[in-house]
Write a protein that binds this ligand. Structure first.
Ligand code: FBP
Length: 257
């Protein structure tokens, strides 16, 4: 698997921007609703990749192809309707590759009544992507009626499922339980664990969480709103890079804010 394209520094930070599909415009202001702003930001921040849906990538990525790597998210769902969570691919591995993707992404919702469908589709995607030497990043979010999304046990279970389905990287939510994260990372085995950012927090809070995650063995961050909704994304990114790439202390990294 060619991991060096998206993880040249060993550890990694990705800028996630699939929110227009997952959450809708409520996440955006007049600046960050523009995909151009995000690709420009991702390039300037020196992150390892920007993650978008195929439609956005096709229109906006060509200008940035020599500045930042791309991960195309192959599936997605909306917040509209009140169905149990199900997410089906809207883009093929081949199309993602033709747009210039260095890896592909796919979300699974363990616990949903539709989990088997997503597992089956992910299996096919892993097979195809790996034949083409493309890494697969899996968002693994426990979800569904009566499923606790935030329990350490379920988060560790979701990370384990990603390993068993062939993910190269698994993106999980961090619930603040650092010991639990260590357990999750162990259960993910050779699948590298990355942490999502979640709702917008103050910059110091983001830094603190990143430090806890890295200390617990996480491989890096796949963060969206906390960067592109920040008033000071450049300073925050510098501080995060110190933590993830240089294993700096919180006090050291804080100086960048
Ligand atoms: P954030 O860092 O902004 O939390 O993004 C992480 C992410 O996984 C996005 O890639 C995705 O759009 C969103 O969260 C989905 O979260 P949820 O399913 O909880 O709404």
């Amino acid at each position: 698997m060619n991991m060096s394209q998206i993880l040249p520094k060993g550890k990694g930070i990705f800028l996630a921007y699939d929110h227009g599909m997952e959450h809708g415009p409520e996440d955006f202001n007049l600046i960050n609703c523009d995909p151009e702003y995000i690709f420009k930001l991702g390039s300037e921040l020196g992150f390892d990749a920007v993650i978008t849906q195929a439609g956005i990538a096709e229109k906006y990525y060509p200008k940035y192809a020599d500045k930042v790597k791309l991960i195309v998210k192959l599936n997605g769902k909306t917040r509209l309707g009140k169905k149990e969570p199900q997410s089906i691919a809207n883009c093929s591995v081949k199309r993602a590759m033709s747009i210039g993707a260095s890896a592909v992404g796919y979300t699974i919702y363990p616990g949903s009544p539709y989990e088997e469908m997503m597992f089956k589709e992910l299996g096919r995607i892993v097979e195809e992507a790996h034949k083409l030497n493309l890494p697969v990043v899996v968002w693994s979010y426990p979800r569904g009626d009566n499923i606790s999304e935030n329990s350490t046990e379920n988060i560790a279970y979701a990370a384990r499922i990603a390993l068993e389905l062939g993910a190269d990287i698994v993106k999980i939510k961090y619930n603040g339980d650092a010991e639990g994260l260590r357990w999750t990372v162990s259960n993910a085995g050779l699948t590298k664990v990355m942490i999502a950012g979640g709702d917008k927090k103050d910059d110091l809070g983001v830094l603190r969480e990143a430090k806890e995650a890295v200390d617990a063995g996480a491989f890096g961050l796949a963060v969206g709103r906390n960067i592109w909704q920040s008033q000071h994304p450049i300073r925050l990114a510098k501080a995060l890079k110190k933590i993830v790439y240089e294993n700096s202390s919180l006090n050291e990294a804080k100086k960048e804010l």
